[in-house]
Design a binder for this molecule. Sequence first.
Ligand code: SF4
Length: 327
Amino acid sequence: MYPFTLTKPTGTTEALQAGGRGGRYIAGGTTLVDLMRETVERPGVLVDITALPLRDTALTKGGALRIGALVRMTEAAAHPLVRDLYPVISQALELSASAQLRNMATIGGNIMQRTRCTYFRDVTADCNKREPGSGCAALNGFNRGHAILGTSDQCVATHPSDLAVALAALEASVHLTAPDGSRRTIPFTDFLLQPGSTPDREQALQPGELITAVEIPAMPRPLKSGYLKVRDRQSYEFALTSAAVALHIRSGVIREAKVAAGGVGTVPWKLPAVEQALIGERPSDRLWSKAADHAADGAHPLTHNGFKVELLKRTVEQQLRTVGGTS
Ligand code: SF4
């Protein structure tokens, strides 16, 4: 591990100033400390933000659900508002990592976590994300767990967060504050960046910007939702494929459909063609199958991950059936 200094501001202004001077924000530290130990990350200054007042989970006046950036994964998963209104979020959180990590990791840190590509974490391997211009060892290496959607010739790594898949499906937004105190809100699907020619740039953050909350918009009720994660083992493992689904069904007709996939994209992958195939239709096994056929539209499998195309379709179909019921 490289030497670093640690500051622990007690107020938001002080924290933002430290971030504006180039300090890296740290809360639970469950990803960043690992990467520092492996010398993948080498921040000179860490700004411990755990004392900031960003721990609320509440409904806004407009009925949106706002979750503070410092709410722990365990707390968010168990919160009555999250469980009642958006089970898909609770399930995505509870299927993530391990109990110990969920007790430490925060919502803000969760959406900032970096890829699990093994070459990224091996500082002897070529990796454009870690060292721009060095190449991508995964392209011609072992790429069974890598992405089939949103890839580029620079990087094919998946985004590892389950929560992010639920947030993408629900069309959440991210609240940010800049070092000068100015605030902005951006759609979650714009917050995470596809690799393109700059895989080292993963989030649409300006220097020193701090995540303060994520917000899930109010949605029509009743709303059924859920998350399915397919992986090599049943705990403490990342997704090969996953599906986040939310359906508003009234008078036997699907009025709204929100669907996204994980484990397959360089970012959580929203599935608009699947959503469009569902809206205005009546739930049935035939419909789930027909809509899920679009789940892998535009996929570009690599040498070892062609199986993800069919697995993704089946994952989405299964979760549509679970949430929407059988005919
Ligand atoms: Fe690095 Fe991305 Fe290639 Fe993995 S897939 S080695 S993270 S450039």
